[in-house]
Design a binder for this molecule. Structure first.
Ligand code: FDA
Length: 889
């Protein structure tokens, strides 16, 4: 249903405005007249029709029966028992079982003596066989996924069926290669040529991958069936590389380069003799004819290689090919409810302007254009990169660089990172708390230095921040190590800290250049009016332990770039990270007198800092009660009225309705509720799930929670590290005990072994209503509430009744629901169909309302304005000799 809903809402295919509007109106009408259940049935039928286009059968038996007519034409088959991206072990085991049963059925249809490469094959996606098919989970992949894959391969070998391992995302290639090598060296498969590899030509590594495959074939004395495809995840690869700040894309950015790469790979495959059984999978006539020419040039006999197509695509062309050269149909098999991911890839592929199939349908294109030689076309490009797709580090344009990240799926990058992160065997050094005297000296010094810093040109201050961003990236391994050791951050969280800190530096530098220039205002003739922004003085920046580098740097750099002096008081738990951040800012060029660190307790040092009348503004991130105390202190201390920028907690909710995609929702729930051990202000605390899907969703969530690893944050395989200290642990464990008595436990993540540290296992509890929770529970505890169909308005009232307004998540494919929730829920950051954590500087400016904070949003275009005074200067130019421009006009 949700998949069909997705199609209807036009998210994937555009039916054209009129037809869609008409169809939706007709549907609404139908619902009104017949009721939802009738429409559901009608939609299921319609979905069956679309599924039938690309899926050969819902069961293997049905697919085998449908395959007969194609086999009569000469086609071979490779059956893909639809399944990918398992989220739980139960799902993964279910897919393994489907493969086993499928192989047995397919095996029965193979006539005795059929050569391996002429008979039917199967295609397997390894992400279906294990919920954590990732390089960082290497041990589990080897110990758990590999035996499952081996079982499938052994059954296939017995049945005389070759297996192709489908290629998935680029970040899975390294772990796939590790597995493949293990399989080839396994004596159980010695001499068997049935283990195939799929190469995606759109990946820049494809050309070299073929040499590696040839070396594997020679080393293990094997023929490897190599299926050459162009690749089906291109848009996801582009998005992922941009979000992760990769140095470049793993895939080509021009379609023509993918085509050239395909030919270069084909050329290389064909140039190797006796190591490959080449399988060219394409629906592109130009590509097919080039392959035929190349194969003749290299003297490949008919039948020594084959073409392949997807079921439902390229039929007319392959019907011709199959008369002379073998052709195989990739035939998905599965229940329509499991086909969404596959179906969407096919719809995208058929709908993409660049796709050959799409071009063929476009009557405005001449055959010369459709069949243009990609090699010749690429020679005419003025630059290699597609100018319409900025490199990942350049997506924000010329005024600021994106922060650099790493790909945890890339073995070389991961190893390089692990090697450079320091692991002190001794406890970290300590740092002394400031005294009242050092605090007073610091404020004095910053006060004195303020006029000089205020007069420093904004360009110079911006250059210093940009230098600080570069230094943060240069010292990244050391900073990640510090985040892990002092704050218990996992490696991805450590990288995110450094990236966000660098983003703040570059974003505020760019923003300051934009807003600090004089604004000339329009007024009457004979007068000049100019608005200028001026720094306020010395700011107190009081930051929390949960983002010890990022929030610390965000506050401090905003105050500095606007020309203010800064006294920074870090959280008691994380002074070392703050001290290093200050050193980096000093190294970048911030004068020591302008920026001072005053570590110490909030009750003493923090309170004295805020109470000092020389402090011209306070930036605070932390608990709502502390923010309120600061507000009172500022109100009663006398002196000038100064701004307080407070970013506090949230009782953050997510609504998942019955149209949500369960797998995607579960991924985002886990990340939002348990990522960073739930110690983010933005973390998900209360999940509202529509009754209709609650059982299914909670089962999947419970399964996925079993797949998380809680443990040493320095281990790349760890998903969830410790909570910050013993107090936090005690508070959370007490809450969990209370919940166990009053709520229904949905699931708990097991903690294996007895890791040293303040660990709290992620828990999910079902509770009756939102009133059960009187405050924010700052840790990995998720509370779930079911809601009935038609009660969204009540859900919204309940969410708003908390008085908080920080983050809010929605998983829905129904536009009306999304619009209703977005317009009525009070929350500073709303996320639809994604996780609700990880706001990016300048992209999702962060901050809430009500009990969640004062605004303006950190990392947003209005933030710096709160750090400045506005002054206008009006000059009567008529009084000093008239208005020249008026006279000239
Ligand atoms: P066509 O000539 O239209 O090429 C489309 C290709 O161009 C796509 O790869 C697309 O991403 C790429 N492209 C579009 N715009 C681009 C740009 N700006 N820059 C760079 N490239 C761009 N896929 C996969 O990832 N893993 C797999 O295991 C398989 N398995 C498989 C088996 C079989 C038998 C077939 C036929 C296909 C697959 N595929 C696959 C899917 C395959 O990747 C997809 O069908 C092809 O990319 C379509 O290529 P054509 O040559 O038919 O089309």
């Amino acid at each position: 249903m949700s998949s069909w809903g997705l199609l209807l809402t036009g998210k994937v295919v555009d039916f054209g405005h009129d037809s869609r509007a008409g169809m939706l109106a007709a549907l609404k009408n139908l619902i009104a007249k017949t009721g939802e259940s009738v429409v559901r049935e009608a939609l299921k039928k319609a979905m069956k029709l679309i599924g039938g286009q690309f899926v050969l059968g819902e069961t293997v038996a049905e697919a085998l029966s449908h395959s007969r007519s194609y086999m009569k034409k000469g086609y071979r088959f490779s059956y893909d028992i639809l399944g990918e991206g398992a989220r739980s072990d139960e799902q993964a085991k279910g897919y393994v079982e489907s493969y086993r049963k499928g192989i047995a059925l397919i095996g029965k249809t193979i006539p005795a003596g059929t050569p391996l490469f002429e008979g039917p094959g199967i295609s397997v996606k390894l992400s279906a066989l294990h919920a954590r098919y990732q390089l960082v989970k290497r041990d589990r992949v080897i110990n758990e996924l590999l035996p499952r894959l081996k079982d499938i391969l052994l059954s296939a070998k017995k049945a005389g069926i070759a297996v192709a391992i489908d290629a998935e995302e680029a970040s899975r290639l390294d772990i796939e290669m590790i597995l493949f090598e293990q399989l080839l060296s396994d004596p159980a498969f010695a001499g068997w040529n049935g283990i195939g590899f799929v190469v995606q030509a759109y990946q820049k590594r494809a050309f070299y991958l073929i040499d590696w495959l040839a070396a594997q074939a020679s080393a293990h004395n094997r023929i490897i069936p190599v299926r050459l495809v162009k690749g089906a995840y291109w848009d996801s690869e582009i998005k992922w590389a941009q979000m992760n700040g990769l140095p470049s894309y793993p895939v080509f950015t021009r379609k023509e380069h993918t085509d050239v790469s395909y030919l270069a790979c084909a050329n290389k495959i064909l140039s190797y003799k006796s190591v490959f059984f080449p399988q060219f999978a394409t629906h592109n006539i130009r590509t097919v004819s080039s392959i035929i020419e190349l194969s003749t040039r290299y003297g490949w006999a008919t039948g020594s290689f084959e073409f392949q197509r997807l079921h439902g695509m390229g039929e007319a062309m392959h019907d011709k090919i199959v008369k002379d050269t073998p052709s195989r149909i990739y035939a998905p098999v599965g229940a329509h409810k499991d086909l969404l991911a596959y179906l969407i890839r096919r719809l995208l592929e058929n709908g993409a302007n660049s796709s050959f199939i799409h071009l063929l349908m476009d009557h405005s294109k001449s055959s010369e254009e459709i069949l243009a030689d990609p090699v010749a076309t690429t020679k005419n490009f003025a630059q290699l990169y597609n100018p319409t797709i900025a490199l990942p580090l350049a997506i924000y344009g010329a005024h600021r660089r994106n922060s650099a990240g790493i790909d945890f799926g890339n073995a070389a990058q991961l190893q390089a990172l692990l090697k450079t992160i320091p692991h002190p065997d001794q406890p970290l050094s300590t740092i002394s708390d400031a005294t009242m005297t050092t605090l007073n000296d610091a404020i004095n010094s910053a006060h004195k230095a303020f006029p000089f810093w205020a007069a420093t040109p904004v360009e110079k201050r911006a250059a210093i921040l940009e230098r600080a961003a570069d230094l943060l990236e240069e010292y990244e391994p050391e900073l990640i190590g510090l985040c892990t050791h002092e704050a218990g951050k996992t490696l991805p969280d450590g990288i995110a800290e450094v990236r966000e800190a660098a983003d703040f530096c570059r974003y505020y530098a760019a923003e300051a250049r934009r807003i600090l220039a004089p604004h000339v205002l329009t007024g009457p003739a004979g007068e000049s009016n100019v608005l200028m922004l001026h720094p306020r003085g010395v700011f107190a920046c009081i930051s929390p332990w949960n983002f010890p580098l990022a929030i610390f740097m965000g506050q401090v750099t905003a105050a500095l770039i606007t020309g203010n002096g800064v006294i920074a008081k870090p959280a008691e738990q994380t002074p070392l990270i703050a001290a290093r951040a200050v050193e980096i800012l000093h190294e970048a060029g911030v004068p020591r007198e302008v920026l001072h660190l005053v570590p110490g307790p909030g009750e003493t040092i923090g309170a004295a800092l805020v109470a000092d009348k020389r402090i011209c503004g306070v930036v605070f991130t932390g608990g709502t009660d502390t923010a309120q105390r600061i507000q009172q202190a500022l109100a009663t201390r006398g002196g000038s009225i100064v701004p307080l920028i407070a970013e506090t907690g949230g009782q953050n909710c997510m609504v998942v309705d019955s149209s949500a995609l369960p797998e995607q929702a579960v991924d985002d729930i886990i990340l939002s509720a348990f990522g960073s051990a739930g110690q983010r202000c933005s973390a998900l605390r209360i999940l509202f799930v529509q009754d209709d899907i609650a059982d299914e969703l909670l089962k999947l969530l419970a399964g996925a929670m079993q797949e998380l690893k809680v443990g040493n944050p320095a281990d790349p395989a760890t998903d969830i590290g410790p909570v910050i200290d013993a107090d936090a642990q005690r508070m959370l464990l007490d809450h969990i005990e209370r919940m166990k008595k009053s709520a229904k436990l949905v699931a708990v993540t097991p903690i294996t072994g007895t890791p040293e540290g303040f660990f709290v296992a992620p828990h999910a509890f079902e509770i009756a209503n939102i009133e059960t929770l009187s405050r924010e529970i700052f840790g990995p505890v998720l509370h779930v509430i079911r809601f009935a169909t038609g009660t969204l308005p009540q859900v919204i009232d309940a969410i708003n009744s908390t008085g908080y307004g920080l983050t809010f998540g929605i998983h829905s494919r129904i536009d009306e629901h999304v619009q209703l929730l977005v317009s009525r829920v009070h929350a500073g950051n709303i996320y639809v169909n994604r996780s609700m954590i990880g706001a990016t500087v300048g992209v999702q400016p962060f901050g809430g309302e009500g009990l969640s904070g004062t605004g303006p949003k950190a990392g947003g275009p209005h933030y710096l304005l709160r750090f400045v005074n506005e002054r206008t200067t009006t000059v009567n130019t008529a009084a000093i000799g008239g208005n020249v421009s008026l006279l000239n006009g």
